[in-house]
Design a binder for this molecule. Structure first.
Ligand code: HEM
Ligand SMILES: *[C@@H]1O[C@H](CO)[C@@H](O)[C@H](O)[C@H]1NC(C)=O
Length: 353
């Protein structure tokens, strides 16, 4: 019945989507430059072309084509929405949102980001980006960057599984470097505590509140047992199991992730959000309050005095969280981007030109 609910939402959402041309709740405009004090005439401020409606002239169908490709995939499997949102995060945290996560490894060189054990085999949704890119290359060749496709696709994913609507600025250009070693250096691991997560996000220009807000993406999708099984077995010398984990939830998880992990090759998956796994919503924070956060990095947000109040606010105020999530996604989507004459527009998202 869950999938039925999703289906009806998707149909509803899609009709909302197609007849009402977006009413953006978020306006991405840079603040005006400060007034000049000197009497000299000032040059017009150098304006970056990064902005909303970037393709309105060069490829007006771009956002629609991407949205349809995402819709098709998510209708088939809502897990693609989770995969694409995570992929955008993993793109932006390594060398900025430059599509570097989409590049294939090249023989004889260090493997690419997508082949880091953090991304391979768990990262999913590459085919959705490929499909959108192939269609776009037919309609407006060599125009829409892979980095932008991913950013728009993440936005569309958030809409189809969460009804969250926001405008995404375009104009990112694609990078030419992708190194698997940079993934582990930049992405936070699932055993980080609140302070470590804060520092990791700060290094990317994201605030503590944005870190907590974006963690709400874990209200969809799955995790492999290996990311959290330390909480279930041999936690530490005094506690066999993580005491911040609800005991009944822990039994449920032990059933899903039978020990010992190392004895078996397979690494089962479990929903990140135990209460509403295919809806992007604030239930994630309610889980944390109920000690049902799956990863250490989830539960720490409630256990730590640094962030517990932010969690409780997100439990209480759904629409505030939704708005903050949209804004934080836009902010994350602008990390260290390549614009104007930097980078390139890849012909194929798998390869540099
Ligand atoms: C706060 C630090 C974060 C940590 C430590 C973290 C860690 C993880 C881990 C370990 C998984 C499970 C991967 C697997 O085993 O398959 C996961 C999944 C996921 N993450 Fe995060 N993550 C964080 C932040 C984020 C952010 C900021 C986003 C997006 C805005 C995000 C989106 C997702 C999604 C959607 C999934 C599910 C993917 C799927 O089902 O394919 N995460 N994350
Ligand atoms: C084990 O973990 C608990 C809960 O996090 C903590 O209070 C305790 O100090 C830890 N024990 C050791 C020996 O590290």
């Amino acid at each position: 019945m869950n999938s039925l609910a999703l289906l009806s939402c998707l149909i509803l959402c899609f009709s909302v989507f197609t007849d009402a041309s977006y009413k953006y709740s978020y306006d991405y405009t840079s603040p005006p430059p400060p007034p000049k004090k000197s009497g000299y005439p000032s040059l017009p401020p150098k304006k970056s072309t990064f902005g909303i409606g970037f393709y309105s002239k060069s490829c007006p169908q771009a956002e629609g084509i991407i949205r349809k490709a995402v819709f098709k995939a998510v209708l088939m499997n809502p897990g693609f929405a989770a995969g694409i949102i995570r992929m955008h995060f993993h793109d932006c945290f390594i060398r900025g949102c430059d599509g570097s996560v989409l590049l294939d490894s090249v023989p004889g060189k260090e493997t690419a980001e997508k082949d880091s054990p953090i991304n391979n085999p768990s990262l999913r949704g590459f085919g959705v980006i490929d499909e959108a890119k192939a269609l776009l290359e037919k309609v407006c060749p060599h125009t829409v960057s892979c980095a932008d496709i991913l950013a728009y696709a993440a936005r569309d994913s958030a809409f189809f599984v969460g009804g969250i609507k926001y405008a995404v600025p375009g104009g990112r250009r694609d990078g030419r470097v992708s190194l698997s070693s940079e993934v582990i250096q930049n992405l936070p691991p699932p055993f980080f505590d609140a302070k470590q997560l804060e520092d990791n996000f700060k290094a990317k220009g994201l605030s503590l509140d944005e870190m907590v807000t974006l963690s709400g993406a874990h209200s969809i999708g799955v995790s492999h047992c290996s990311a959290f099984s330390n909480r279930l077995y041999g936690f530490n010398t005094t506690h066999p199991q993580d005491p911040s984990l609800d005991t009944r939830y822990a039994s449920f998880l032990k059933n899903k992730c039978p020990r010992p992990m190392s004895d078996t090759q397979d690494d089962p998956i479990v929903n990140l959000d135990v209460s509403s796994p295919i809806h992007l919503d604030n239930k994630y924070y309610l889980n944390l309050r109920n000690h049902k956060g799956l990863l250490t990095s989830d539960q720490t947000l409630y256990e730590s005095p640094l962030t517990s109040k932010l969690v409780l606010n997100n439990v209480k105020f759904r629409s505030t969280w939704t708005r903050k999530f949209a804004n934080a996604m836009v902010h994350m989507g602008s990390i260290e981007i390549l614009t104007d004459n930097k980078g390139e527009i890849r012909k194929n998202c798998h390869f540099i030109n």
